[in-house]
Design a protein around this ligand. Structure first.
Ligand code: AMP
Length: 437
């Protein structure tokens, strides 16, 4: 059997690749109005960035990270030598850690500077169990705003994301915006202890992993996919009852700003999201229908400690990411289909082989005027060239024959109306340009 793409990856064939480009352009347009500018960071980073940034005890790092080995590292491993921490690379499982690393490395938020508003788009990699809406390589668009802890940033970004989904065409009625606050360094440790205690009190009812989580990372129990554990966690004490005064005020302001903007949301204290770096606001947008259990199309939150975790100065931040493939599934469920591939503007058909060189030359003249032009490259008969023109959805066909050529002319056919005119070779490009305008 011919070699196939690896499990959990997907080729974006031309129609879909064009759609992914349009998706990114729309994001740049909608988020650009809010001041977000494109940043490109490497697809590989040191594994340590994700271990320190996202957290060793998270699924994303502990179970799902793809590590990348250079030939040299591979040799060291085989020969039983250790690979230095800074040589251990990983394919990025998410975009935030890389962007924050770049912000710290290039000092993009010096003292007194306005917040850095950054936007990224590209593939992410997680060694997950593959299912509908859950791939091992998938595309995300995300934003990060660093340098302000004000709740206006959180509300602005959430409102902006909902505008993006509107522009994309995902019906508001099919989306649910869930929000929660994860507290901060002052109030979360006490809540962590409360949850650890809850896990211990119900020890025998939880799955083995959650039993361990009681000692390593109790809040991760909220992410457990086991229905039994999920039901138990719904009855766990809510973080909202443990927030400090500042966190309550922050959370209340975010909600009030969403209310003023007419954005509906549901508070969900079980929403902790899979990564350790979140503080205060976390949110997720889910769609009902079409996606099964993988129903989150986007989400994010505040990460006021992340820059410090990776060795930078304290720099509060907020960001979110949305999944391209899941948005497409949501759009399909809402009845949208991808637009058909665009046809070419003109096809040049040759009556016989004598005129092929002139056809080649004329095609180049058309393309220089940005008219998309195709010719036959397979020695087809004239009849079969017309069929090809149809297959390529050519709007017009130029027919080049030896007799017309001798007079410096050609025939131009409009494939929509079937009208034909004979026109000078020196006028045909201008005629086409005007017709296409
Ligand atoms: P996360 O970084 O997990 O918050 O993911 C942000 C968004 O990326 C999710 O809401 C999904 O839309 C998308 N996403 C996350 N993981 C996957 C995956 N394995 N396959 C496809 N899309 C994903």
């Amino acid at each position: 059997m011919a070699i196939q793409a690896p499990k959990g990856t997907k080729d974006l064939l031309p129609v879909e690749a064009a759609n992914w480009q349009d998706f990114q352009s729309l994001a740049r347009e909608v988020f650009g109005v809010y001041g977000y500018r494109l940043i490109e960071t490497p697809i590989i980073e040191t594994a340590e960035l994700f271990v320190r940034g996202i957290g060793q005890a998270t699924d994303v790092v502990n179970k799902e990270m793809f590590e990348a080995l250079s030939g040299e590292n591979m040799k060291s491993l085989i020969e039983g030598r250790e690979v230095k921490a800074k040589s251990r690379l990983a394919l990025r499982p998410e975009g935030t850690a890389g962007v924050v690393r770049a912000v710290v490395q290039h000092d993009l938020v010096p003292q007194g500077a306005p917040p850095a508003k950054l936007l990224y788009a590209g593939p992410m990699f997680r060694a997950e169990n593959v299912q509908k809406g859950r791939q091992r390589q998938f595309n995300q668009v995300g934003v990060e705003c660093l340098g302000s802890e004000e709740p206006t940033i959180d509300a602005e970004a959430i409102i902006m994301l909902m505008h993006f989904f509107d522009r994309l065409g995902i019906p508001r009625s099919s989306m649910v915006l869930l929000i929660n606050s994860m507290g901060c360094d002052h109030c979360r440790p006490a809540y962590r202890d409360v949850i650890a205690q809850y896990l211990q009190e119900h020890h025998d009812e939880f799955c083995h992993t959650c039993q361990e989580r009681a000692h390593t990372n109790p809040l991760r129990a909220f992410d457990c996919k086991d229905p039994n554990c999920a039901a138990l966690m719904e009855k766990a004490p809510a973080i909202t009852d443990y927030l400090c005064e500042d966190c309550v005020a922050h959370y209340e302001t975010v909600k009030a700003l969403l209310d003023r903007a007419g954005i509906e949301y549901k508070e969900d204290f079980t929403l902790v999201r899979g990564l350790d770096y979140y503080t205060r606001t976390v949110f997720e947008v889910q769609v009902d229908g079409g996606l099964g259990s993988q129903n989150a199309i986007g989400g994010g939150g505040r990460y006021d400690r992340l820059a410090e975790e990776i060795g930078g100065r304290p720099t509060p931040g907020f960001g979110f990411a949305l999944g391209y493939e899941r948005c497409q599934l949501a759009l399909e469920a809402a009845g949208f289909t991808l637009p058909p591939e665009q046809g070419c503007d003109v096809f040049i058909a040759c009556v016989n082989d004598e005129v092929r060189e002139q056809a080649f030359e004329l095609a180049e003249r058309c393309r220089s005027s940005l008219i998309s032009t195709e010719i036959d490259h397979q020695h087809r008969s004239l009849k079969s060239q017309f069929k090809l023109a149809d297959r390529l959805s050519a709007a017009r066909v130029i027919i080049l024959g030896p007799d017309e050529l001798a007079e410096g002319r050609c025939v131009l056919r409009d494939m929509g109306t079937h009208n034909e005119i004979t026109i000078g070779l020196d006028e045909v490009v201008t005629e086409l340009t005007n017709a296409l305008l």
